[in-house]
Design a protein. Structure first.
Length: 328
């Protein structure tokens, strides 16, 4: 990066660009959202006003939540500006990193990225925030594609810690390392995933959301009770334990047999356990009780590890107002 806190350019001033702008401005970066559409002066003024008003409202919410005071909120909000399309070349010339956040249309993204890649310095990283289009479907439009990758933020970008980094076939590893360090520096939790459809979170949540909708369709439960089950059961547990960690916690054999039952009872192979579960059982990698599963637990103090995870669940009970004193 060209400075300790590089200037961030966001291609597009929509919801994603505004969320990313707040995240970086909160961490001390100057951010310029670049309008990618040709507009009249009045049309741009309206967009600029809407975008900056949303940024101010978001920062105001963070202030009311106790994350910053009024003076700090003013400084954070003042770091975000909006530039019209005809100023993009000069803005991009001074950018330290570029995030593309235009609508999910391949040709539109390719056009916007191609133009931007001509205006930034050769060493400046360019990232697409797409959640659906693979990096290698876009990289061909970019000059020096070794500095390009997908960086998928989850909405609201200024609050959700996770950011998924997906490098392409031509992405330089140093670029992945630099983006990872930058995101960690603003308080995010980056993960790296292969350039596969759906990345990590969208792929998992698509299955879960479709299954929840299917249960409503089948009359399994009301939407209200399904959502209650997610908030206080599924989501509660997985706020502390990762999915694979939970398999190891209970044992891969439990998942294997439960999957076989559900596949037969519901007459659907969507419940079939993947081969890795069977292979782990064959190899004795059941989980914590055998010392290994998806993770190697050898050398780990299992009792202390369980205690930490359970303590985190108790903290969640307190957060939800569900921790009660015993009846004595």
């Amino acid at each position: 990066m060209t400075s300790e806190r590089p200037a961030i350019a966001c291609l597009g001033a929509g919801r994603m660009g505004r969320g990313i702008a707040v995240a970086f401005a909160y961490a001390g970066h100057a951010v310029i959202m670049i309008d990618v559409k040709p507009r009249t002066t009045d049309q741009f003024s309206k967009l600029e006003s809407e975008a900056l008003d949303e940024v101010r409202k978001t920062v105001g919410s963070l202030m009311r939540f106790g994350l910053l005071n009024e003076s700090e909120a003013e400084r954070v909000g003042s770091r975000v500006t909006v530039a019209p399309l005809d100023a993009s070349a000069s803005v991009l010339a001074g950018a330290g990193l570029v995030f593309e956040g235009v609508p999910e249309v391949v040709e539109l993204k390719r056009d916007v990225l191609a133009a931007a890649s001509k205006d930034v310095r050769r060493d400046v990283i360019i990232a697409s925030t797409t959640s659906t289009i693979l990096v290698d479907d876009l990289s061909g439009a970019i000059e020096h594609p070794e500095r390009f990758l997908n960086v998928h933020w989850l909405n609201p970008a200024y609050l959700i810690p996770l950011v998924e980094i997906s490098p392409g076939a031509k992405t330089n590893q140093t670029v992945v390392d630099r983006v990872t360090a930058l995101l960690e520096g603003i308080g995010k939790v980056p993960v790296v995933c292969a350039a596969k459809p759906g990345f990590i979170v969208p792929r998992i949540q698509a299955l879960a959301m479709n299954e929840a909708a299917r249960m409503v369709e089948e009359g399994v439960a009301t939407p209200e009770d399904i959502d209650k089950a997610i908030r206080y059961g599924f989501g509660f547990r997985y706020a502390v334990l990762g999915l694979l960690e939970f398999i190891d916690w209970g044992g891969g054999d439990i998942l294997y047999y439960a999957s076989r039952y559900l596949e037969g009872a519901l007459h659907s192979d969507r419940y079939r356990a993947p081969e890795v579960i069977s292979n782990n059982m064959r190899d004795g990698r059941i989980g914590m009780r055998t010392g290994a599963g998806f993770v190697d637990y050898s050398g780990l103090d299992i009792d202390a590890y369980r205690e930490r995870r359970l303590a985190a669940m108790v903290d969640l009970l307190r957060h939800f107002g569900l921790a009660r004193p015993p009846v004595v």
